[in-house]
Ligand binder design. Structure first.
Ligand SMILES: Cc1cc2nc3c(=O)[nH]c(=O)nc-3n(C[C@H](O)[C@H](O)[C@H](O)COP(=O)(O)O)c2cc1C
Length: 345
């Protein structure tokens, strides 16, 4: 397959594993890279030293191009981005922040920057800031998809920028891939699909719950972590959304997180406070969600935990290996293209 994304990233298939906390680990990233795509290490729960070790582990597992993600508003994300630049990783995926300084430094060693956006305004800003590509996340996606569906968002953004676009949100197979390419994307990202594979560390109980769930068994709400977010519809998710965020609980959670990530709490609290009251509330929301997502992912606990998931869970009924997914997606895409060739005459 050949698109600007395969050319820029130096990969065989334009298929990407997006960053998923506790799931996009070195093992899963390397499995996708070795199968012809590429993947981003999720660094949200990692401190700089853990990020460095994880990058080195990926390099032991694959000699193919890989990436890592940094959600710039999160505490510790800038420090993690520094590690990515020091380690000269091939691809840096930036979200929720300006990518200019990262792009400038990455370009010096030949690295590429792909910025995640959910609207036209941010897409054009990322291009101006020096991004090499955009990851455009539609409404169907797990976690922080925007208000507009992939089907409308991709052509709208492709019209407005010159850099290539990777479509993310609702894509779980080769049919979805061909549809995204027809809309003007030059690559696809599959989070929900890749989280349900043999190599994924996602707990079996949670995978099973997702297999049983349908396309409408998700909740999309701002009340879970402060930004519109899609999660698996469970009693605990409904409760979390109804209850909203409590500041005292969030402060306790953020203390636990600072200990887990080995970040001094005072440093975390100060970095939050200097960003202003809106940001304090946002980070308190993230802190409150952090623990719930972690236990659903690692322990399969959906009584307290809440799982991030996309609508495409309703299209997924099996747990194959990453290589099987990649080979199948490519085969399905070629079959869909052939079928279209017989229809569009
Ligand atoms: C289990 C799971 C965990 C995720 N964790 C994160 C995360 O920590 N940070 C983030 O920005 N996006 C996260 N995402 C969203 C993905 O990066 C990606 O945008 C999304 O999965 C794409 O949509 P899809 O699931 O329809 O393929 C997560 C997605 C899933 C399924």
């Amino acid at each position: 397959m050949k698109t600007r994304i395969t050319e820029i990233f130096g990969i065989k298939y334009p298929i990407i594993l997006p960053g998923m906390s506790w799931i996009s680990t070195p093992e899963l990233v390397a499995a996708v890279c070795n199968a012809g795509g590429t993947g981003y290490l999720a660094t949200g729960p990692l401190n700089p030293e853990q990020t460095r070790q994880a990058i080195r582990r990926i390099r032991e597992l694959t000699d193919k191009p890989f990436g890592a993600g940094c959600t710039l508003i999160m505490p510790g994300a800038k420090e993690n981005a520094e590690v990515m630049l020091e380690e000269e990783i091939p691809i840096i995926n930036v979200s929720l922040g300006k990518c200019d300084w990262i792009a400038e430094r990455a370009h010096k060693y030949g690295g590429k920057v792909i910025t995640t956006v959910v609207n036209e305004k941010h897409a054009m800003a990322a291009e101006r800031q020096g991004a090499d590509a955009l990851q455009v996340t539609g409404h169907e996606a797990a976690a922080h998809g925007g208000q507009i569906t992939t089907f409308v968002l991709i052509p709208a953004i492709v019209e407005k920028v010159n850099i290539p676009v990777v479509a993310v949100g609702g894509i779980a197979d080769g049919r979805g891939m061909v549809a995204a390419l027809a809309l003007g994307a030059e690559g696809v990202g599959m989070g929900t699909r890749m989280s349900m594979t043999k190599e994924s560390p996602l707990h079996d109980k949670t995978i099973q719950a997702q297999i049983e769930a349908g396309i409408d068994d998700t909740i999309y709400s701002k009340r879970f972590d402060g930004i519109h977010c899609r999660v698996l519809k469970t009693k605990s998710a409904e409760k979390a959304v109804k209850k909203g965020m409590s500041l005292p609980r969030a402060m306790i959670q953020s203390y636990k997180i600072s200990r887990e990530m080995d970040l001094p709490y005072i440093k975390l609290a100060l970095s939050v406070l200097v960003q202003g009251p809106k940001m304090v509330m946002q980070l308190a929301h993230f802190a409150s969600a952090f623990d719930k997502i972690k236990v659903a992912t690692e322990k399969g606990d959906l009584d307290y935990g809440v799982q991030l998931i996309g609508q495409s869970q309703g299209l997924i009924n099996d747990v194959p290996s990453v290589k099987e997914i990649m080979d199948r997606t490519v085969k399905e895409a070629k079959a869909a293209q052939k079928k279209l060739g017989t229809q569009l005459i």
